[in-house]
Write a protein that binds this ligand. Structure first.
Ligand SMILES: [Zn+2]
Length: 234
């Protein structure tokens, strides 16, 4: 075998952040674990926190009438668990958080006799987030929730990473044009799913991108959200 560099690409050694999901999950087994919600030692999620993560769906309405169903409130133990999942790569938490997403989708798109159920489209990670993590948090939650999402129904365009320091209006403007929808969704009813909703700017951008291709977003569903406008119990 020739190793003179002619056409041979040598990949750099992967960093911990770039490890694939399977290896990350395997490493998690070997590390000491603490409750993702309250930090109690030696347990992935303690019984008290597990009870807190039981879905309790609430409905919000974003500007323009987009209905958002969230399974949990994004605060305290729920926030800790979501961050442990997304930022620290504790992938097994997907199983704990997924029921909240499943419950939200069920409420966002109840079966209607004689009508095909809406298709599920996931909000994708930004290209930068995907590179950093090596996996997509929403994609995994969708799978663990037993949902079937349209593959690459939405695609994130490069150079439009999340900008947490911006206020709601600035975030909305910065998001504009950051997603592109699959043209084959034209004419279909869609439920958009995401992990966490804060200002709702990403969901509104998702609706814009889908509408541009002729799809109709009937609602959005997420694992957890911060209090938004006009929150009400279903
Ligand atoms: Zn706990």
């Amino acid at each position: 075998m020739r190793c003179d560099g002619g056409g041979v690409t040598i990949s750099p050694r992967p960093s911990a952040a770039g490890l694939g999901p399977v290896l990350r999950e395997a490493l998690g087994v070997l590390s000491p674990v603490r409750c993702a919600g309250c930090d109690l030692p030696d347990v992935e999620v303690c019984p008290a926190c597990r009870a807190l993560f039981a879905p309790s769906p609430e409905v919000d309405e974003l500007p323009g009438g987009l209905v958002v169903v969230s399974g949990l409130r994004y605060e305290a133990e729920v926030r800790s668990a979501v961050l442990a999942y997304k930022q620290r790569g504790r992938l097994r938490l997907a199983t704990v958080l997924a029921p909240a997403l499943a419950a939200s989708v069920a409420l966002a798109a109840p079966p209607r006799p004689g009508t095909a159920p809406p298709v599920v489209v996931a909000v994708p990670s930004s290209p930068r987030g995907r590179r950093r993590r090596g996996w997509d948090p929403v994609e995994l939650l969708v799978r663990r929730a037993g949902l079937r999402a349209v593959r690459r129904g939405l695609v994130a365009l490069p150079g439009r990473g999340p900008q947490k320091e911006l206020d709601r209006e600035a975030r909305r403007r910065s998001r504009a044009g950051s997603l592109r929808a699959r043209p084959t969704l034209a004419g279909l009813r869609v439920v958009v799913v995401d992990d966490v909703v804060t200002t709702g700017s990403t969901l509104l951008e998702a609706r814009r991108a889908l509408a541009a291709e002729g799809a109709v977003v009937v609602a959005a569903a997420c694992v957890a959200s911060t209090p938004l406008l006009s929150r009400r119990r279903p």
